[in-house]
Ligand binder design. Structure first.
Ligand SMILES: N[C@@H](CCC(=O)N[C@@H](CS)C(=O)NCC(=O)O)C(=O)O
Length: 307
């Protein structure tokens, strides 16, 4: 069975950038399948069963939703436990939660609407921009998070920049001597902010700017483009053996369930709950095209409901 990670992503996706840089750091070989910046995503919807966020990882007939589980897979493939978000504790866990909580939305909300419009026009053109804006407005309708805007968002960004700059005084990376999950999570909202503003980080944050450059130079590893048909072909093999149960057992094993993000993009994926570990739940989907596919989700931040 091939152990090469397939990443379904689009170039401008910050969460995908987090994973691409992890792959670059560990110089891993990986396969890229480019997805549209909004659903429908015919390259991956048939595999995931409709999970609406990007990126999605795939190894054969195992499909990984959310960068939490994708990062765990990268950590495993690279033999690098410091890349596994489940292992992040204390300061590292705080940095990850902050970066991927209020800061992620503030990275966009703090940019002036006119500048944002200009960025979108340049990247996806006028029709793409309209499609994108409509899609994201729809996605946030069922959301349980309220993205900060304007002054509130600017103040979140400013204190984030100040805090990271302070933490990086006298050190190359945030927690360890080498990049860890905290660095990759801290980086991607900044990358989004810089790209959306079309403006580099203020040079007065000297430690932060040098760290940002160090992170960028990690690159993306050995990336090879794949046709979606090849990713589908890879999914026709048997899923890998189920993991041993760890953590609190879920009494619904064997039952039909729907799993959905609890915060935004809350489209559920339905299947049979086949395994849970301390950090993941796995749903088996029976498909005509690929046979059984196992879809992996984090337990934290996702709801599991009877279907
Ligand atoms: N918690 C998720 C968040 C992923 C996320 O928000 N991705 C953005 C793109 S970077 C997204 O899916 N936006 C809506 C979309 O692309 O349809 C993860 O870690 O993967």
């Amino acid at each position: 069975m091939s152990e090469t990670l397939i990443l379904h992503h689009y170039e401008a996706s910050p969460y995908a950038e987090k994973i691409r840089l992890m792959l670059g750091y560990k110089r891993l070989r990986w396969h890229s399948v480019l997805s549209p910046p909004q659903p429908p995503r015919p390259n991956v919807d048939p595999l995931s069963g409709g999970y609406r966020r990007i990126p999605i990882g795939q190894i054969g007939a195992d499909v990984f939703c959310d960068t939490f589980v994708i990062a765990q897979e990268v950590a495993r493939l690279a033999g690098a436990p410091t890349l596994d978000p489940e292992q992040a504790a204390g300061e590292a866990a705080e940095i990850v939660a902050r970066a991927e909580g209020e800061v992620f939305f503030a990275a966009i909300g703090s940019v002036s609407p006119l500048t944002l419009l200009g960025t979108l026009l340049r990247t996806v053109g006028p029709f793409g921009m309209m499609r994108f804006a409509r899609d994201r407005a729809g996605m946030m309708q069922g959301a349980t998070v309220k993205p900060p805007q304007g002054e509130a968002a600017r103040s979140i960004m400013q204190s984030y920049l100040e805090d990271l700059d302070r933490r990086l005084d006298g050190r190359d990376f945030l927690i360890e001597a080498e990049p860890s999950i905290a660095d990759f999570s801290a980086f991607h909202p900044l990358w989004l902010h810089v790209a959306s503003r079309r403006h580099p980080i203020d040079p007065s944050y000297g430690h932060l700017v040098r760290w940002y450059e160090r992170m960028e130079t990690l690159g993306h590893g050995a990336r090879e483009e794949l046709d979606p048909k090849q990713a589908f072909e890879a999914a026709r093999q048997e899923p890998r053996p189920l993991p041993d149960a760890t953590g609190d057992a879920d009494s619904r094993i064997g039952r039909r369930v729907s799993v959905a993000p609890a915060d935004y993009g809350t489209v559920p994926v339905t299947g049979t709950l086949v395994a849970t570990t301390s950090s993941r739940c796995l749903v088996a989907r029976e498909t005509e095209d690929f046979g059984t596919v196992h879809v992996h989700f984090p337990r934290r931040g996702y709801s599991i409901d009877d279907a």
